[in-house]
Design a protein around this ligand. Structure first.
Ligand code: PHE
Length: 461
């Protein structure tokens, strides 16, 4: 067993998920270029987290102040950990910390179970959009369409199954360059389409209000719970705390600057989320909707725009297809670690591992589906006041994004900041700028763990 496969057994992601096997070094497949790695890492990072989750949690947490804290978290926590994790994997140091990988795997498993349900919503909306269901529909009618979908466990199950089937098929075949090409074309297209949506938002007379909601901080609206949510989302959206980026980074040729790459991926991811927010909030205000409407926010707002803009059927259909693609490329990076682990542990074929892992995730997803309708009144931790109204679905989301990923990140920062040799780090990160590097290490050693701990402890009290 090579060192690399051993590391992957410890819970890291993706051998050939997105790696292109054009070059090899010491027997390991390498990325064809820095761009290829950026694409695959962005494929994992950019997903429902950016377009579905970011706008709705921003709406729930009062806007500007939340966005500001989120941006600070991305810069102080996301970027250092993102690059250092990639680095640690290169040096083979991560083996001793394999248990972080184990926790990451468990989070992957839990996240994918509900992620796929939301991916199913996006699939359902491809059909609705193509069928012209949004054309000329009122805000109420669009809201009712979403309500009907959520209240029907059978259609939710159907779409969740289709989504998982897609992911299982791709992972079972051990996707390679096909995915790189798809991301190469489809991600920029998603980006363009978001620009079109922002263009539409500009044409409403509530753009300034939506923009102000996103970018004018009002700290009186931000709770400590909101700060934890912002922190958790920084991990979620960058796919951190579970070994995905670490495994992807291990395929990066040595001469590539990890620091620059991590910054690029983080910037792309953040820009996509902010564009989604800029497209959605003007529509929220111009249609008299509530920013804090919850997980249905994008499904209640964007269709209004598609129903009114010229070419809306085409744009809407394309948009939801691209959202599905973005969700699938993220979902692949969530299933892969589970499959890798199975493969190593049990020595059974990739196809079987994917089926076992995938069907397990699919079955767990049924709990999330039921929390949206039949079990919507079931609050398993109702005896704890902060979880009073949380369904199983809410709890999966909370446990992974707000607890498991930040905790994984805390230990990762400690490990990377205190256990890696500085010289190795300096060389590998190719900062070429000593003061910037000093600042980086300082942030990683002190600020990052302290910030995570502070937010955590504050929330427990
Ligand atoms: N980052 C992805 C998103 O924003 C979700 C994800 C989390 C993917 C963790 C992989 C690992 O949608």
């Amino acid at each position: 067993m090579t060192e690399l496969t051993r590391n992957q057994a410890a819970g890291s992601a993706a051998t050939d998920t997105a790696a292109t096997h054009t070059g090899t070094k010491a027997g390991h497949p390498m990325w064809s270029s820095r761009l290829a790695f950026i694409l695959a890492a962005s494929g994992s990072a950019v997903g429902l987290g950016n377009i579905w989750k970011f706008p709705y949690i921003t709406g729930e947490n009062g806007g500007g102040a939340f966005v500001l804290v989120y941006l600070v978290c991305i810069a102080l926590i996301g970027i250092p950990i993102n690059s250092m994790r990639q680095l640690a994997q290169r040096d083979g140091l991560s083996r001793r910390w394999a248990w972080i990988g184990g926790m990451g795997m468990l989070s992957s498993y839990l996240i994918l179970s509900f992620y796929s349900v939301i991916g199913g919503w996006a699939l359902a909306y491809v059909g609705k959009s193509a069928g012209g269901l949004f054309v000329g529909a009122s805000t109420e009618q669009i809201g009712a369409q979403f309500g009907t979908l959520l209240s029907d466990p059978y259609s939710l199950l159907l779409w969740h199954s289709v989504f998982m089937a897609l992911v299982i098929t791709i992972v079972a075949r051990g996707v390679t360059s096909g995915m790189e090409k798809a991301i190469n074309i489809l991600m920029p297209l998603l980006f363009l389409l978001l620009l079109v949506m922002v263009g539409y938002a500009l044409s409403t007379d509530h753009f300034a209000e939506g923009f102000g909601f996103l970018f004018t901080p009002d700290f009186s609206k931000l709770s400590t719970e909101g700060v934890l949510t912002a922190l958790g989302h920084a991990f979620f959206t960058l796919s951190l705390g579970m070994g995905v980026m670490m495994a992807y980074g291990s395929y990066l040729p040595k001469h590539v600057s990890i620091a620059k790459t991590a910054v690029t991926v983080s910037v792309v991811d953040t820009v996509v989320a902010l564009l989604a927010g800029m497209a959605i909030f003007p529509i929220v205000f111009s249609s008299g909707l509530e920013p804090g409407a919850g997980p249905g926010l994008i499904f209640n707002t964007l269709p209004i725009a598609f129903g009114q803009m010229p070419g809306g059927v085409l744009f809407g259909t394309l948009f939801f297809i691209l959202l599905v693609v973005a969700a699938v490329t993220s979902a692949i990076s969530l299933l892969e670690p589970v499959v890798e682990w199975f493969e190593e542990q049990k020595g059974i074929s990739r196809l079987r591992c994917t089926l076992i892992g995938g069907i397990g995730v699919w079955a767990l997803g049924i709990l999330s589906i039921l929390s949206l309708n039949e079990w919507s009144g079931f609050h398993p931790l109702g005896f704890i006041s902060r979880f009073e109204n949380k369904t199983l679905f809410d709890l999966f989301d909370y446990a992974t994004a707000n607890l498991m990923m930040p905790l994984g990140g805390f230990f990762t920062a400690l490990f990377l900041g205190w256990f890696m040799s500085r010289q190795a780090a300096a060389n590998e990160l190719s900062f070429g700028n000593p003061p910037a590097f000093k600042l980086f290490i300082f942030v990683l050693r002190f600020i990052t763990p302290a910030a995570v701990l502070l937010v955590f402890v504050y929330n427990l009290l």
